[in-house]
Design a protein around this ligand. Structure first.
Ligand SMILES: NC(=O)c1ccc[n+]([C@@H]2O[C@H](COP(=O)([O-])OP(=O)(O)OC[C@H]3O[C@@H](n4cnc5c(N)ncnc54)[C@H](O)[C@@H]3O)[C@@H](O)[C@H]2O)c1
Length: 266
């Protein structure tokens, strides 16, 4: 096992990608704090992780609130006495695409910035003193292919996920003297709640996709945009997170790695 007995916080751990990350970290030996705004699915995820033989705690936390982020760190330390890994995974694109960008509202722009940038900032700030004191830690931020490719499809989201990449480099440089690695992963297309909501919005604005069911549109989209011609699974993202959280990745920091079947090359 790569990370035996280390303790990881995974935000949005109840969701699709957060599930893959939690399972992969647990498979490699970590105990998992499943942090999510939705407590019931977070508790189910924690139960799944306990079923893998690890300890797990579900915590209800809204990462857009700094006090919730501080409380999440306090609750994790109270339960486990240490935090080795933080995965800032919770994020979303909002309720509307609002295309073209001139149709986007201030509220949509603020909402995207708040969840995709401010939340990870609050959590980095909340765990940093503990990790700095122990001179050890790994932070992994989940950005998106949207930061690189087709940003006009989700303007405020793409801008937020790009800002998260900048935050990754800022925090990586500040925390490097304390032996803390900070990296970002850009997933491509992972099926789940995220795409079930996104697909009808994309279909409404793109005549060639009109009338398609969400899964059909998802498949048409990745066939069009992904050189390797396959979707990404939550475990594809989780496997990279487990590597970045391990000692083997000790000399990797401030980096952005795409798990997108090559889509960023297009
Ligand atoms: N699914 C994809 O194709 C895809 C592609 C690129 C990037 N991503 C990114 O991956 C991450 C996870 O996406 P997913 O597909 O698993 O989505 P998901 O909707 O399945 O999961 C998101 C989870 O975050 C939780 N959440 C939402 N708001 C929160 C808040 N304020 N505080 C705490 N938790 C909150 C939700 O309850 C949910 O459990 C997101 O940051 C997303 O932007 C996803």
């Amino acid at each position: 096992m790569r990370i035996p007995d280390l303790v990881a916080i995974v935000t949005g751990g109840a969701g699709a990608v957060g599930g893959g990350i939690s399972r992969c970290l647990a498979r490699e030996g970590a105990h998992i704090v499943v942090a999510d705004i939705a407590l019931e699915p977070a508790e189910k995820r924690a139960e799944e992780i306990r079923g893998m033989g690890r300890r797990s705690l579900a915590v209800k936390a809204d990462i857009t609130l700094e006090k919730d982020c501080q409380e999440l760190v306090r609750a994790s330390l109270k339960e486990f006495g240490r935090i080795d890994i933080l995965v800032n995974n919770a994020g979303h694109f909002g309720d509307r695409l609002g295309l073209p960008f001139t149709n986007q509202t201030e509220e949509e722009w603020d909402d995207n910035y708040t969840i995709n940038v401010k939340g990870p900032f609050f959590l980095c700030k909340a765990v940093a003193p503990h990790m700095m004191e122990r001179r050890s830690g790994k932070i992994i931020n989940i950005s998106s292919i949207a930061a690189k490719r087709d940003p006009q499809i989700v303007p405020a989201y793409a801008a937020g996920k790009n800002a998260l990449l900048t935050l990754t480099r800022i925090v990586a440089k500040d925390l490097a003297p304390y032996n803390i690695n900070v990296n970002a992963i850009c997933p491509g297309m992972v099926w789940g709640h995220f795409w079930k909501r996104l697909a009808p919005l994309v279909a409404a604005g793109e005549p060639s996709f009109t009338g398609m069911e969400p899964r059909e549109l998802f498949e048409a989209w990745f066939h069009k945009s992904t050189p390797l011609q396959r979707e990404q699974t939550p475990e594809d993202i989780g496997n990279l997170a487990a590597f970045l959280a391990s000692k083997e990745a000790r000399n990797i920091t401030g980096q952005t790695i795409h798990v997108d079947g090559g889509a960023a090359m297009n």
